[in-house]
Design a protein around this ligand. Structure first.
Ligand code: SF4
Length: 316
């Protein structure tokens, strides 16, 4: 999987002070599973390293500008042109996720310091980095996270699940895909979607069921991905995971005896109460699905959303 990343997070010395912000999750853990496409927008627009600091300032019309206070230079247009070009290149390269550096006036995804008022002396946290803003606008389905948020186990697991899904989606869209393949994609993500948002999963089911409501196969797929990306953005809660696990267990009714079902149910309830991590009921369910070779469940992404070596389900 090809992932875009703020170059300083990989340890590249591209920051204004000549330093870096190496992120251990990126360099020590994800490094074995992804191929990076590092970008430093400030260096790439020619600011060099080290350089004067830059910041976001509202202009008289309350439109954020990217400015170098020491010289007064307004870099907004330069950064906008670069960002448009770069996002097109990233799109062509087929990135399936992006990790941004938080708080940066160029890379920050949200809550970036925005100066305003007389002489820009006041500030709030309403800004979005000038490069990040264009990336988010031009690639609305792309899973994007900030490195700071990836310290949260739930957000981290969700991001990794989303990049796997988007990678698979891009692969499907690149092929000469048939209707049945999009239907299969939806079916295999059924329990992942249910764990995220049951109402959203139902909306997606309706889109999938009515391809003829759309002007073309492409329009159908676009409508599906619009909703899919939205549903997947919000991480699943313990309550919604419990709901998905119980539904999966219900499917086993025909196969497992009452003793086995009781065992599974106990582990689901223990997970719900916080006594065991999510990996416990999932491993148990997976064991029975494989033992009874239940075709519909064998391909459920929910039972193996990402490489087990990442141990992401052990932390939920
Ligand atoms: S935050 Fe972005 S612009 Fe700043 S050094 Fe890192 S990659 Fe470059």
């Amino acid at each position: 999987m090809l992932i875009g990343v703020s170059a300083c997070l990989l340890g590249q010395k591209v920051r204004y002070d000549g330093g870096h912000k190496k992120n251990r999750f990126c360099t020590n853990i994800l490094d074995d599973y992804v191929q990076w496409l590092p970008v430093c927008p400030e260096v790439e627009i020619g600011l060099g390293t080290p350089r004067n600091t830059i910041r976001l300032e509202n202009d008289l019309n309350q439109i954020p500008r990217l400015v170098m206070p020491k010289t007064g230079e307004d870099l907004t247009e330069k950064m906008t042109n670069f960002s448009l070009q770069k996002t097109r290149m990233l799109q062509r390269a087929g990135i399936c996720g992006y990790i941004l550096k938080k708080d940066s006036p160029s890379c920050g995804m949200a809550r970036v310091k925005l100066h305003h008022g007389p002489n820009n002396l006041a500030s709030n946290r309403d800004g979005v980095g000038a490069f990040a803003k264009i990336l988010l606008r031009e690639m609305p389905h792309l899973p994007v996270e900030e490195e700071g948020r990836l310290n949260d186990a739930r957000l981290r697991e969700n991001f990794i699940t989303r990049i796997h899904a988007y990678d698979r989606w891009l692969g499907l869209m690149k092929s000469n895909w048939k209707r049945k393949e999009l239907i299969r994609f939806h079916e295999e993500y059924k329990y992942v979607l249910m764990a995220h948002n049951q109402a959203g999963a139902k909306r997606l089911g309706k889109i999938i069921a009515k391809p003829d409501d759309y002007s073309s196969k492409q329009a159908w797929a676009e409508a599906y991905m619009d909703e899919f990306a939205l549903v997947m953005k919000k991480p699943a809660s313990k309550k919604s995971h419990t709901n998905a696990l119980l539904h999966l267990m219900g499917y086993l009714r025909k196969y497992a005896d009452s003793q086995d079902r009781e065992l599974i149910q106990n582990e689901i309830l223990k997970y719900n109460k916080g006594y065991v991590p999510l990996i416990v009921p999932i491993t148990l369910l997976k064991h029975f699905v494989e033992k009874f070779e239940i075709p519909y469940l064998l391909n459920q992404v929910y039972l193996k959303p990402h490489p087990s070596e990442l141990m992401l389900l052990n932390q939920l």
